[in-house]
Every structure is written in structure tokens, then in C-alpha cells.
Write a protein that binds this ligand. Structure first.
Ligand code: ARG
Length: 606
């Protein structure tokens, strides 16, 4: 974890090589797990191999030469502060830290950095994470929650790792689904409107299901029913035409009903502590996307087959000279001149690149849109955007309840609000039973932290590509890989500190001199804490919140074992007690930092 000691050693190696005319290959360091001491290790195989290839070899085989270099470096090393000893073994240089000094540095570093412990240096790159992009005129379901929690966690990770991060939403606010709801509302419910943000959002979904039932062709229709259905459909198409033409009344109705969905969405984002920086709407990129089609035709990327009664298309595979089908052919403009979802994504990407100057562009979207994004990114590349190489679709699988699949058309949808309310209700019931010491006024807020934490963790701890069958009891359990299990580690650490009365005044404690024989559990806890910065880096670079979810569980698990096995307040030796208290405080801080990156609250009591 401590790059400065590593750097000092690296500088010494470099100086030695420069003085002896040795072309040193870049050094790779890896941690040596605790075996009485912690350490780091690097090898000289690459340097020896490079020498041999360059004909500068001393005639020795590469492994032997690597060992010779390691030994020479070791001899030159001298004493370095914090280092106990150095070994040259089989071409490797192993550098060992003084245990008590290392332990103390880990703990002191965490406590000095606090909430910033693990923060990466500025990367000088701007990332836009686009997530939570439901279609409007519809209610917020559990699938929308999956993109929201994945995207928010990823945004927190990239930001903390040192990327300048912009959070963006992109609601789908146009198209036949939207018009269908507006038509049915206008025809059957005009002027009505349930009170309550969520009631209104959910009502739109009900109208949508009713409308699709009315407009759907049935096998055993009577001629009257057929006529009725066709008349409805004609009305709907007329409304679509008017919307397209910018008819004032239809547009006003559209904005009003759209706002109902957006209000519900904002309320949920607020509950989830998500603060979007930018709101893009599909309707806003519709017009600009038409201009793009012309540009792509003029540049010879798209083919205009409208004169033959066709559409405007991009024959991606053909243009790339691919024999096998991969990106296929994409349609950009229908023969009637209307744009497609893909066309609008091209326009949106241009806005992201040109107006927001993003270097990396991440889309957290359902896995079923994979081909769509492959096509979009490929066309952006053909169009000449170098950023296309750093566009990334983070896909996610289905989420269902044991009861079965969802269908918006049939109104069978698992609403996020219902699941969240149920989770919080269940936590509250248990809390009221057994947490006598939590004042009733605080219980509700804590139950929300636990219930929502359980939901978040149950999603983030699963590979994004996997489908999830959500099991409420499992998610809420205090044992196993769950949010509450990790939160409980934070609670336990807090309670030790509270009892010691040093909470908030860590600085009053003397520095942690770990100059006693550390137990196995202390060693493991220190080691686990020291891995946090690398876990942040990995999760952010690989765009995988799951890496952080796994890390948080391992840390909590290590802490729980420590908690059961190692006395802290009951330690007789005062200096050891101080050191352990500081270790508990460092663990608590690291648990809080990991939970924050998962958008999970860290309660002090539960
Ligand atoms: N609104 C779309 C849907 O519900 C998701 C939008 C994803 N983002 C994008 N840039 N295409 O399927």
C-alpha cells in the first residue's frame, strides 16, 4: 500500500542500474502476504531477458543473470527506514517491512485521511456515466433500480478513483408507448389525477396496460370489436401525428404527463441519494439526429435507399469488410423519414463528446441492448470520433421475484417502491422487537438505511451480467453476504469506540505503536484494510462495482472475526489497548468508505 517506500527502493535500483550501464525493464511490484512480516517483491527476469536479446548478455542463462542482478541490488540497498530486511531469491528481490512500523503506518494513514482514505490521484480524464434512463409515462420498476444502483456505485467509484465524473440520465420520453398512454388518458381519464407522487406514476402504468389491452388484436373479435379497435388506433395515430407536428395542445398534455413520471423518478433518486448532473431527453436529440443522417450519407458511411422505397441504412459489416455477421446492418431513418433509437443515440453521443468533452462514456443499460450499443459505437468510430474506443456498455441482466417475470404491457411489473417499502417495513418490525435502546424516533431512519442497504447489496454483489431472482429474506439477513452483515460490522466498531469514549477524539490517543506480538486476527485486519485503495482502483478501472462489494464483505468478515477473538477494551497493556482502539477506528473508517462507494449508509446503531 505504501508507494513511497516502494518508490525509495525503486529509485535505488534505478541509480544502481544507471551507474552500471544496465538497461532496467519497468519494475512490477506485488505484495507478499504476511508470513511473520509483510513485504513487496519484484523481479529482474525482464531486464535479464532484454539484455540477452540485445546481445549484451554475459553469457549466463536468464534466471542466473536475474539472480545475480537481485543480489547486486540487495548489496547496494543499505538501510531504508521502515524496512527490516531484503532478500534476493531466484531472481526476485523481496523487501520486508518492520511489522510494527507497517501496522502503524496503515492505521495512521487511514485515520489521517478519514473519508478520503483510498482516494486515487487525479486521472486527468473525464468520465460520463449514463444510468437510470427509464421511459416516461410508466412507473419505476425493479429493473430501473438495477441500472440506478449499478450506475451510482460506478460513478462513486470512478470519481473516488480520480476520474472527473459526470452523472447523466436519459429518459425515453417519446414514441408509441408514450403516445399510447396520452391517448388513453385523454380519452378516458382527462382531468383526473391521483394525489401523491407515486400513485400518479403508478397510475400511468395502469393506463398503459389498459390501453394496450384495448388496442391489441384478439383472435375471436366480433366485427364491431374490430371496428372499435381500429378506430382507437386511428385516434392514437392522429395524436402521434399532432405530437410530431408540434401541436400546442398535444405537446402541453405530453409535458404535463411526462412530469408525473419525472417527479416520481426524482423522488426515488432522492431516496437513493443520487444526484444527477445532467438530464438528457430522447425527444431533444430527435431533430439533431436527422442532420446526422444527412452527414453520414454525404460522407459515404450511410446509404440512402429511400429513392428505391427503402430506408437510410449503414451496412456496417459490409463497410468493415467482415465476412461473418457481427454488427449487421443498422437502420438510421425509416422510409417515412422518422428516426430510430439508434439515430438518437448517435446524436446524444455527439453532445456528450462535443459539449461535455467526455473522454470515456459509459452506458449502464439492459443486456438486451448489446447489439444496439455495438452498432452505435462502431458507427461513431467510422464517423471519426476517437472517443468511440472508450465508449462502454455496462450491461445488466433481468431481475425477477420468485413469483415470476414482468410485463409492462400486461401491467405486471415489480415496482421498486413496493419492494423498498416492504424491505423497510420488515426491518422495522424486527427492530421494534429487539432494539430497545434505539429511540423510536430514530428507528424509522435506521430501518430505511438497513432496508435500502440490503437491496443495494443484493444487486451489487452479483455479477452485472447475471440474472437475479430477488429473495427478500436472504437480502435482509444479518448473516452471509448481505448489506446488513457489513453494516453490522460498522455498528460493532462504533460501539467499541463509544464504550472507550474516544470516538471522535482519536487524536487524543497516543500513536499506535504495534510493538507487541500481533494476533492472527489483527494481522488479517490490517492486511485487509491496506487492500482498500487497490480495490477502489480495480473496481473503477474495470467498471465493476462487484469488486467493491466483494471487498466490503471480506473486510466486514475479517472485522467480525477480530471482534470475536481479540479483546480491545479488556486489554491490560495500555499501549496495546490504544493500538487496538486505533485499529478498530481504522476498520470502521474503511468499512464506511467501502459502503459509501456502494451507495449504502453506514449506521452507528442497528
Ligand atoms: N430508455 C431506454 C430504455 O428504457 C434506455 C436508454 C439507454 N441509454 C441510451 N443512451 N440508449 O430502454
Amino acid at each position: 500500500m505504501f508507494n513511497d517506500i516502494q518508490q525509495t527502493i525503486e529509485d535505488k535500483i534505478k541509480a544502481f542500474c544507471a551507474a552500471n550501464d544496465i538497461a532496467l525493464a519497468p519494475l512490477k511490484w506485488s505484495a507478499i502476504p504476511f508470513s511473520g512480516e509483510w513485504g513487496v517483491s519484484t523481479s529482474f527476469f525482464q531486464t535479464a531477458a532484454d539484455e540477452a536479446r540485445a546481445g549484451k548478455s554475459t553469457g549466463k542463462p536468464v534466471p542466473q543473470r536475474a539472480q545475480e542482478l537481485a543480489e547486486q541490488v540487495k548489496l547496494q540497498m543499505g538501510s531504508v527506514e521502515g524496512i527490516s530486511h531484503v532478500e534476493a531469491v531466484k531472481g526476485y528481490l523481496n523487501v520486508y517491512f518492520e511489522t510494527s512500523a507497517y501496522a502503524r503506518r496503515v492505521v495512521d494513514t487511514v485515520l489521517a485521511a478519514g473519508a478520503d482514505f483510498g482516494r486515487g490521484a487525479a486521472k486527468g480524464e473525464r468520465v460520463m456515466v449514463e444510468y437510470c434512463q427509464p421511459n416516461t409515462h410508466h412507473s419505476f420498476h425493479i429493473g430501473h433500480y438495477r441500472t440506478t444502483i449499478l450506475g451510482e456505485s460506478l460513478a462513486r467509484l470512478t470519481q473516488f478513483a480520480g476520474f472527473e465524473t459526470i452523472r447523466a440520465s436519459y429518459p425515453g420520453d417519446l414514441g408509441l408507448g408514450v403516445i399510447t398512454v396520452m391517448w388513453a388518458y385523454n380519452k378516458f381519464y382527462k382531468g383526473q389525477e391521483p394525489a401523491g407522487v407515486h400513485e400518479r406514476g403508478q397510475w400511468l402504468l395502469k393506463i398503459y396496460a389498459e390501453a394496450t389491452a384495448l388496442l391489441e388484436k384478439k383472435d375471436d373479435e366480433t366485427p364491431e370489436q374490430t371496428a372499435q379497435r381500429e378506430a382507437y388506433d386511428a385516434e392514437r395515430r392522429e395524436m402521434y401525428r399532432k405530437w410530431d407536428a408540434g401541436d400546442a395542445e398535444v405537446r402541453a398534455l405530453w409535458l404535463e404527463t411526462r412530469e408525473w413520471s419525472l417527479e416520481e423518478m426524482r423522488d426515488i433518486l432522492n431516496t437513493l441519494d443520487v444526484k444527477m448532473d445532467v438530464w438528457f431527453y430522447e425527444s431533444e436529440v430527435d431533430e439533431p439526429s436527422k442532420g446526422i443522417v444527412e452527414e453520414l450519407v454525404a460522407r459515404g458511411i450511410a446509404t440512402d435507399e429511400r429513392p428505391q422505397g427503402g430506408a437510410v441504412i449503414v451496412k456496417i459489416d459490409e463497410k468493415l469488410g467482415l465476412a461473418k455477421e457481427k454488427y449487421r446492418t443498422a437502420v438510421l431513418l425509416r422510409s417515412d423519414g422518422t428516426t430510430l433509437y439508434l439515430t438518437k443515440d448517435l446524436a446524444l453521443a455527439r453532445v456528450k463528446f462535443e459539449q461535455y468533452h467526455v473522454d470515456r462514456s459509459i452506458y449502464v443499460v439492459d443486456f438486451r441492448q448489446s447489439l444496439h450499443f455495438q452498432q452505435a459505437f462502431k458507427i461513431l468510430e467510422m464517423w471519426g470520433f476517437p472517443q468511440a474506443a472508450k465508449c462502454y456498455h455496462l450491461p445488466y441482466g433481468y431481475i425477477t421475484l420468485p413469483e415470476g417475470a414482468m410485463s409492462a404491457r400486461k401491467g405486471r411489473v415489480i415496482l421498486f417502491k413496493d419492494v423498498a417499502d416492504e424491505a423497510v417495513k420488515r426491518v422495522l418490525a424486527v427492530e421494534s422487537e429487539k432494539s430497545g435502546d434505539i429511540p423510536a424516533s430514530e428507528r424509522e431512519a435506521i430501518a430505511a438505511q438497513i432496508g435500502l442497504g440490503a437491496l443495494a447489496y443484493s444487486i451489487l454483489s452479483v455479477d452485472n451480467n447475471k440474472d437475479i431472482v430477488f429473495d427478500m429474506n436472504e437480502a435482509l439477513s444479518f448473516d452471509g453476504r448481505t448489506g446488513p452483515y457489513i453494516q453490522n460490522a460498522h455498528v460493532r466498531a462504533t460501539s467499541i469506540l463509544k464504550k472507550s469514549k474516544v470516538e471522535g477524539q482519536m487524536s487524543d490517543l497516543r500513536p499506535s505503536t504495534f510493538d507487541y506480538e500481533l494476533t492472527k486476527h489483527e494481522v488479517e485486519l490490517i492486511e485487509q484494510i491496506s487492500k482498500f485503495p487497490a480495490a477502489v482502483e480495480q473496481a473503477a478501472n474495470e467498471y465493476r462495482p462487484m469488486v467493491m462489494a466483494m471487498y466490503a464483505y471480506d473486510l466486514a468478515n475479517t472485522f467480525h472475526s477480530f471482534y470475536h477473538a481479540v479483546p480491545v477494551l479488556q486489554t491490560d497493556d495500555e499501549s496495546a489497548r490504544n493500538a487496538r482502539l486505533r485499529l478498530v477506528a481504522a476498520a470502521r473508517q474503511t468499512i464506511a468508505n467501502s459502503l459509501r462507494l456502494l451507495d449504502i449508509q453506514a449506521p452507528d446503531v442497528m
